[in-house]
Design a protein around this ligand. Structure first.
Ligand SMILES: CC(C)=CCC/C(C)=C/CC/C(C)=C/COP(=O)(O)OP(=O)(O)O
Length: 348
């Protein structure tokens, strides 16, 4: 049973995530399986938020937040949750995500099989995330979807609930797994929310069109208004130059957060290359994604702006080669951040 759960989690990860299937396997055991399980639990929450048919699935999110505490009777409650959560998804939900939701019990069984020290950070993360998703809905969605947030502070709050808490959870796990990391706790914990914020903000910018087509938007309305835009006019071809200026302003915000993410990554000891690379892959992918978004009107087209497979492979190689040198990593980061759209040729 234990093996079946772990094997399901490892098989399902690359079916639901492009990025995290590349970096989680670099973590030393038992962090690799722990972070896989944590990722899948967060993904179940994310699928409910993005793919539920009809009303916001607040009660199901609350149930998931409670299940991760693994209190007596959790198996029967997880079985019932999985059935109802699967039924709540719209027909268009990606098959791999729907299957993951249906197998919530297997994911929780795998969590239960892991050492007890990994439980508190993972449970806190999932509880805070699901509670935060519900709070954002109550505050900004009313009875419909969230169509823009009032200001950047609210966008940051959303980023905290869906990604900043993941940074705090990962830091808690890294610290508990290695005394070498533990003595850097303060430096890491203070930077962890910014790391999550940087990645989430990058995703919000990259997915702006896809989100709008689904009827939601996480961008700040006051910044839109400053450019003479609203969520309803953001994709109008006649207002494209204003929309690009808005995106460029927000790309600059995301880049400042990524600078903090680099400091986080370098605060991890060089003797832990797996932990460093786990952080550096998504960090450098985000730099490349921001380069592709900046000044690019195509970000408002239906076809998503994505990094190519070749750029992904190149960045993985470049970070691997430099993983133990802070100086070389700083130079790579500065070079990639300066590279223009589509152009990291100097590094490849
Ligand atoms: C300290 C530290 C490392 C902090 C980072 C915290 C972290 C990993 C947050 C998750 C952010 C995020 C946008 C996930 C979705 O991935 P995605 O949609 O970009 O990728 P995927 O679709 O390939 O899964």
């Amino acid at each position: 049973m234990k093996e079946q759960g772990a094997s399901f989690c490892r098989t399902q990860l690359p079916r639901v995530s492009r990025t995290f299937a590349l970096n989680i396997p670099l973590l030393p055991g038992p962090l690799d399986l722990s972070v896989t399980v944590a990722y899948l639990l967060c993904r179940i929450a994310d699928t409910l938020e993005d793919e539920a048919a009809g009303a916001h699935p607040g009660a199901l999110l609350d149930e998931l937040g409670g299940l991760v505490s693994l209190e007596p009777g959790w198996e029967a409650r997880a079985r019932s949750f999985a059935r109802r959560a699967r039924l709540a998804l719209r027909d268009e939900a990606p098959a791999a995500e729907a299957e993951l939701v249906l197998e919530t019990l297997l994911v929780l069984e795998t969590l239960a099989s892991l050492p007890s020290w990994v439980h508190p950070p993972i449970a806190r993360c999932v509880r805070t995330m699901t509670g935060g998703m519900n709070q954002m809905q109550r505050m900004h969605g009313g009875s419909g979807q969230v169509m823009g947030l009032p200001d950047l502070q609210a966008t940051f709050m959303y980023c905290y609930y869906v990604a900043g808490v993941v940074g705090e959870m990962l830091t808690g796990l890294f610290i508990a797994s290695s005394p070498r990391v533990a003595w850097r706790e303060k430096r890491l914990m203070s930077r962890a929310p910014a790391f999550g914020r940087a990645l989430q903000l990058t995703n919000i910018l990259k997915d702006v069109r896809e989100d709008l087509d689904r009827g939601c938007c996480w961008l700040p309305r006051d910044r839109m208004a400053a450019h003479g835009l609203t969520p309803a006019t953001l994709v109008l071809p006649s207002l494209r130059s204003r929309a690009v200026a808005l995106m460029d302003e927000l790309v600059a915000v995301a880049r400042r957060e990524l600078d903090v993410a680099l400091e986080y990554s370098l605060a991890l000891p060089a003797e832990e290359p797996g932990l460093r690379l786990f952080c550096l892959y998504p960090l450098f992918f985000a730099v490349a994604t921001l380069n592709a978004i900046e000044g690019n009107p195509a970000v408002f087209d239906p076809e998503p702006v994505k990094m190519g497979r070749e750029a992904v492979a190149t960045l993985m190689r470049l970070t691997q080669e430099r993983v133990s040198s802070d100086e070389a990593l700083r130079a790579l980061y500065a070079g990639c951040s300066r590279a223009s759209r589509g152009g990291m040729e100097a590094w490849t």
